[in-house]
Structures are given as structure tokens and as C-alpha cells.
Design a protein around this ligand. Structure first.
Ligand code: CMC
Length: 431
């Protein structure tokens, strides 16, 4: 990516040089921090397509070349060799942990997986068929009420909240699944256990019998959590940062991030993609007919799990997920028909001018639902699983935002297009 030289802006005949913030790699940033004060102008950038909201050292994406790196490490290397808590530490603290440190982190997180009885009662208060994302957002926000000693911005409190969020979000999500299928909550082991294995045990173990996770499911879960762990300034992470910028506590911030993630254009796309495959199957339409409907746009149908704001080539996470789907679905069986349909849909879309011209490729959400389904998760749980993976990223960004001296409360401006001024009309004089 070429770095830009000087940039000058002339407004009403007066020229100013705009400072450029240099990136280590990727797009440099043109600073307009004093634009309003100097010129009286604001900028308009719907969807923040051209706007960097902050400087960040956590995750790098090159959308043209399909590159994703956490703290400089390529995603395929982490996916192939790391574990989720190792990646969580990397994202949050900036370096890969030693074996001893990782062991200490795993034990500390495991000791905190127990949730307060009040949280269990909270989860039980919702209808069994409530969407788990609605409950998850509330439960994470409620953690602030149960653990008030961890709601501050000091080092001790933030470290504690980091551990509590990693630990308790896993238990809450496992309990959401148990509740949705009518099972009792079982207690976490409080130590000596692997995070992903314990999450799977809390989710799937029968109340009265031991449970050992299928190694294929265990590895797939770890890998999927790693792939979802961060994605720089996406919609939910930007939400977490902006909520936190008001000095709201980390739980309130991440709870808002869960809300943002639930939308079908964001994390909710994994659920929407699977529903789309089911609908195509049930409708009896051919894949070509469905693609024609998407291109026609009159019904507002989108190819869910396709397209991305940043990636204009294959999403590197999507490539790993497709390989994983191949392995998991063959090993666990089932879903073969839907998987074949998804692959055919991808093939047709990738050779169609509509998708080629707009550089639309499968994203991480296109195949994940099929894998989660094969692993035994109901459709409503797909986006909570994305959320569990994204927790370290949200935490890392919240912490970076809090420490950044440039952080100011997030407060965009507007270009007002309403009435300028009018006199109040008394009720009896209104038409
Ligand atoms: N199916 C059909 N057309 C599409 C799609 C799609 N999935 N995505 C984009 N387009 C078209 C869009 O209609 C537009 O066409 P035109 O220029 O003729 O108006 C063009 O491609 C550019 O789309 P856009 O909506 O301006 O792009 P965006 O960067 O604002 O949106 C997106 C990105 C991910 C919201 C969008 O591609 C989309 O809605 N995809 C489907 C939902 C999805 O899979 N989301 C998951 C994203 S990855 C994981 C995550 O973030 O959680």
C-alpha cells in the first residue's frame, strides 16, 4: 500500500496542510481533528467507510490480499497451532504467553467459571425459546451488578473483569443452550480443566453422567473461537469502544457489543446463512433461481455469508472455515445435502458477474453454521458462539481505548437538514 505525501485543503481561498498519521502497514490516516474549528466544516462518511476512529495495535486486515493478523501473527498460523486462551492473551496483552503463564491463565479463568445463583435465576427468568443473544446481552450487562469490584478502570479491576468476562460468558452461553433444550445447569469444575473442553462439557454433558468431548468437536470449537477472536474496528467492536468512551463500565460496553453483533449483517449472518440454505431447500427453487432473486434485488434478498466491508477477496477466515467444514462434516456425518448446496451456491456466485464486479466472496459466516449444526448446536446458538469468540477482541479494544490518551467521548456531528426555526403552533390552530 503506497503511503501518501502531503495533503493540503483549501477552503475559501485559505490553504492548510492536513497532518498524516503513519501506519506501520496499511492505510495512513489523514487527521482532520481540527477541521471544524479551523474551517467550520464537518465531514460526512456514512457507514464510516473512509473513517479511522482510532489508532490501534491489535489486529491488521488487508482486504485486497485477504490478510488477517492478530498482533502481527497471521491467522492461519494461530489457527493451526494456538489455543483460544493463548490467542486471548495475545490480543489483550500483546504477546504470546509462556507455557507457565498460559497454565496460570487457564487455571485462573477456570476458577471463575462458576456463576452467581442470581445469574442462574436471571437466565431462568426468560422464556425457554427466547433468542439467546437477547439474554446474553442482558446477562453480560448484569455481571456489573454481581461483581461491582471489577467495574472500574484501574489496573486491578480491569484485570479482574477480563478474567470474569472470559470465564462467565462461557458458562452463561453453555447454560443458555442447556436451558433451550430443557436441561439442568451443571457446575463448572473450578480448575484443572481446559477452557474449550469445559465449555463443551457445560453445554453438552448429561446432568448425571461423565462427558468427554469428541476430539474433532473440541478442536473445531477451539479453531472457530480463534477465528472469531478479533476483527479490528467492526460494528460490535466500534460499539464497545464508543460505549466505553463515555466511561461506562466494561460489562455495559461489551453488552452493547453483543447487541450490535446480533444483527444479520454482522454476527447474526451465521444464523441467517443457515436459515437461507434451509429456505432454498424447502422452497424447491434451484440455486440458480435463488441467485437470480438475489441479483434482482426486488425482494431485498442478500446472499447471507457473502460480502464484506473490508475484504475484497476471499475472507481468510472463510477459507479456514471451509476446510474445517469439509473435515468436520465428513467426520461427524449429517448435513451433507446442505453442505453440497452451500458449495454449489459459492461456485455459482463466484462465477457470476454480479458478485465478481462487486468483489463479493464468502465471509467467515458462510460455512460456520453448518459446522455448528454438525457439532450439535441449535441454530439460535450460532451467534452466541461468535460472541464467545469475540470476547477477547472486545476486551482488548476496550482496554486499548481506555489507555489511549487520544480517546475522547465518541460523539459524531451531523449535517442538520430539518426545519431551520419555526414558531410553536398552539393545539387549536393546528390542521
Ligand atoms: N448479497 C448480494 N449483494 C450484496 C451482498 C450480498 N451478501 N453484499 C453486498 N452486496 C452488494 C450491495 O447490494 C451493493 O451493490 P450496489 O453497489 O449495486 O448497490 C454492493 O454489493 C456493495 O455492498 P454494500 O452493502 O455497500 O457493502 P457494505 O460494505 O456496506 O456491506 C456487508 C458489507 C457485510 C454488510 C454486506 O456485504 C452484506 O450485507 N453481506 C451479507 C451479510 C453478511 O454475510 N454479513 C457478515 C459479514 S462478515 C462477519 C461479520 O462482520 O460479522
Amino acid at each position: 500500500m503506497a503511503h501518501v505525501g502531503d495533503v493540503r485543503l483549501t477552503v475559501d481561498g485559505k490553504t492548510r496542510e492536513l497532518p498524516i498519521e503513519r501506519a506501520t502497514v496499511g492505510n495512513d490516516g489523514l487527521s482532520i481533528a481540527t477541521l471544524l474549528r479551523d474551517t467550520g466544516l464537518v465531514t460526512i462518511d456514512p457507514g464510516f467507510v473512509n473513517t479511522a476512529s482510532c489508532s490501534s495495535a491489535i489486529t491488521y486486515i488487508d482486504g485486497d490480499d485477504g490478510i488477517l493478523r492478530y498482533r502481527g501473527y497471521p491467522i492461519d498460523q494461530l489457527a493451526g497451532q494456538s489455543t483460544f486462551l493463548e490467542v486471548a492473551h495475545l490480543l489483550i496483552h500483546g504477546s504470546l504467553p509462556s507455557a507457565d503463564l498460559l497454565n496460570a491463565i487457564e487455571n485462573r479463568v477456570a476458577r471463575h467459571m462458576q456463576v452467581h445463583d442470581g445469574i442462574k435465576a436471571f437466565l431462568e427468568a426468560f422464556p425457554r425459546d427466547a433468542h439467546p443473544m437477547a439474554v446474553l446481552s442482558g446477562a453480560i450487562s448484569a455481571l456489573a451488578a454481581f461483581y461491582p469490584d471489577s467495574t472500574g478502570r484501574g489496573e486491578y479491576e480491569v484485570e479482574l473483569a477480563t478474567v470474569l468476562l472470559l470465564a462467565k460468558t462461557a458458562t452463561v452461553i453453555a447454560y443458555l443452550q442447556r436451558r433451550s433444550v430443557g436441561g439442568d445447569f451443571i457446575d463448572p469444575k473450578k480448575g484443572g480443566t481446559d477452557y474449550v473442553e469445559e465449555f463443551l462439557r457445560l453445554t453438552f454433558a448429561p446432568s448425571d453422567a461423565p462427558y468427554e468431548a469428541n476430539p474433532i468437536i473440541r478442536r473445531a470449537m477451539d479453531l472457530l473461537l480463534i477465528l472469531h477472536a478479533d476483527h479490528e474496528q467492526n460494528c460490535s467492536t466500534s460499539t464497545v469502544r464508543i460505549v466505553g468512551s463515555s466511561h461506562a463500565n466494561i460489562y455495559a460496553s461489551i453488552s452493547a457489543g453483543v447487541g450490535a453483533l446480533s444483527g444479520p449483517l454482522h454476527g447474526g449472518a451465521n444464523e441467517a446463512a443457515l436459515r437461507m440454505f434451509d429456505e432454498i431447500k424447502e422452497s424447491g427453487d434451484s440455486i440458480e433461481q435463488f441467485v437470480a432473486k438475489v441479483k434482482d434485488r426486488s425482494e431485498g434478498a442478500r446472499l447471507m455469508g457473502f460480502g464484506h466491508r473490508v475484504y475484497k477477496s476471499y475472507d481468510p477466515r472463510g477459507a479456514v472455515v471451509k476446510g474445517l467444514a469439509d473435515e468436520v462434516l465428513v467426520a461427524l456425518g449429517g448435513n451433507a445435502e446442505l453442505f453440497d448446496m452451500a458449495k454449489r451456491l459459492e461456485e455459482i456466485a463466484l462465477s457470476d458477474d454480479y458478485f465478481i464486479e462487486r468483489k463479493l466472496y464468502p465471509n467467515v459466516d458462510f460455512y460456520t453454521g453448518l459446522i455448528y449444526k454438525a457439532m450439535g448446536f441449535p441454530t439460535g446458538m450460532f451467534t452466541p458462539l461468535f460472541a464467545l469468540g469475540r470476547v477477547p477482541g472486545w476486551i482488548a479494544h476496550w482496554r486499548e481505548m481506555v489507555r489511549d490518551p487520544q480517546t475522547k467521548i465518541g460523539r459524531p456531528r451531523q449535517v442538520y437538514i430539518g426545519e431551520s426555526e419555526r414558531a410553536y403552533v398552539p393545539m387549536e390552530e393546528r390542521p
